[in-house]
Design a protein around this ligand. Sequence first.
Ligand SMILES: [Zn+2]
Ligand SMILES: [Zn+2]
Ligand SMILES: [Zn+2]
Length: 261
Amino acid sequence: MRIRFFGTGTSHGVPVIGCRCPVCTSRDPRNKRNRTGVWLSDDGHSIALDVSVDFRQGALRHGMDRLDAALITHGHSDHIGGLDDLRIFAQVSGKATVLYGMPQTFAEIRERFAYAFAPPREYGGGTPQYDLRPADGPFSLPASGPSATGNWKVTPLPVLHGPEPILGYRVDDFAFITDVTEIPDSTIALLKGVKILALDCLRDKPHSTHLHFDKAVEYAQRIGAEKTYFIHMTHELEHVATEARLPPQIRLAYDGLELEI
Ligand SMILES: [Zn+2]
Ligand SMILES: [Zn+2]
Ligand SMILES: [Zn+2]
């Protein structure tokens, strides 16, 4: 499985518009963070985890040419803002784009992208088409690409984003948990044996709807993945200085990071 980080930043992105802080003006490309999203692929699969407004840039940068499904964590703007850009895949394949998520997330998608669910018009450009499937338990994703690889097992991971229940996802031995304050014990049990974990780590100070540094480190150690990569970071976390405070099995993800398991 190839893992590509399309974006690793919080909802504003880094640099923040108008900000002149040392991170926003840094020359280190690892301090430039598009909105969070990951692409998982092998010769038979192509799966997006969340689809931000910066999805298009990631897809172009990494040469994505097909998409089997997108796994959506929740309906906040920085996680679904790029869904319109998925219409190219439906146009090329002739099939609606499969989205997995929670009913609440689908309600938000239907509201925000109402035109995609309206009767088709006979004029103008194409609208996106979505095939919404509830992620209410484990499911498998068969390979649909050029070569016959085995199924990927997907396990939705219930977590809390402040007061809101949302989902993370485990796909085989990779897990993606963004926008989280609390990971219940029952979900930690679902993470046994995970090799790579992408985990929310907003900033140093506590926050009402995200993990902050100390709590993210604590969860990373409890979950015990071989390697944890922090995501959804603000401009308060400088790449090199923050990594220096972390044990070797926890690193900061950065846009363009490529991993394999
Ligand atoms: Zn800044
Ligand atoms: Zn959110
Ligand atoms: Zn977010």
